[in-house]
Design a protein around this ligand. Sequence first.
Ligand code: ZN
Length: 362
Amino acid sequence: MIDVQNDSDKADLIRATSTGLVCDAGQFVIDPWKSTHTALITHAHADHARPVAQVYYASESSVPLLKQRLGEDKDIRGVPFGHVVSFGQTNVSFHPAGHILGSSQIRVAHDVDVWVFTGDFKRDHDPSCEAFELVPCNTFITEATFALPVYRWQPGSVVAEEIWQWWQSMQSAQRPAVLFAYSLGKAQRVLSELTAYTDKPVYLHGAVEKLTGIYREAGINMLPTIPIDLKDKSVDYKGQLIIAPPGASGSAWMKRFPKASTGFCSGWMRIRGNRRRRGYERGFVLSDHADWPGLIDTIEQTGATRILTTHGQSSTLVRLLRERGFDAQELETRYSADDSLTEETESDSTLNSSLDSGQATS
Ligand SMILES: [Zn+2]
């Protein structure tokens, strides 16, 4: 990735550098990927929350997730949504991004200059996290993971009904239904959406179980869950729904579920070939990122005249925004599309090894 440190960017309130999104006036870095003192963290996904800072600030509901990811010993300070904290010459506040539990947009104000970084965000209803809040600004730094017109989402409740129908058909067929879903956010969203259709328990891979426990402690209503104990040979998984991180797909772990039907939950399932290539029987199009209309509507609603996009592959979006009179530009960052097929697997297997160390049961 290329650092963006042009002369023209020197006056910018927030700059993309090799350390992260740096705010000189506030003496902090947003979602840093290199060593720094003060970090402001948008959310607990691995590409945004790395153990590289001395002090971390994040939304209150992010704190337990960040402690799980970064370590209990880390100095992580929770800030209530909407509460203004002064850093150097800036005033900073966190606002819900609707992506996962605790996920935040970060608003940075310096005199009359107001910047908002979305982190990852979505506009669709999600019963497992705080709803997105529109925050007016001059400069809007937006994620652009699904920045193509083909990406349009159905409501999560509709996708959950598809999952429920698949689960029911596997009950009839007496086969396990193994659903691969990102272990932080997506898995809990599915568990929450499914409460509209059933109260049956769901079996969870170890990496999903601990994070689900944090959601339950935060008061999120979800189906009852049972951690999978591979040593317990008495459990019959026929007709049961099992949720596992994508990294478990094709692993030895799957041997415990003979004749399983497999499904994958991701925005990338919108592209039919992705499901086939990965060998999943079912693809469920469920994303925790804004879709194409969601991105454009949000950009227009903020009132910002300058738009910076992250996550790359946003040239189509940038071109459209320029046609509509925006000062739009792609920003080079190291944030990965955590809904993606590759990064998702990578970050989940990292999490797996940290959660499952010394624990052979999952
Ligand atoms: Zn994310």
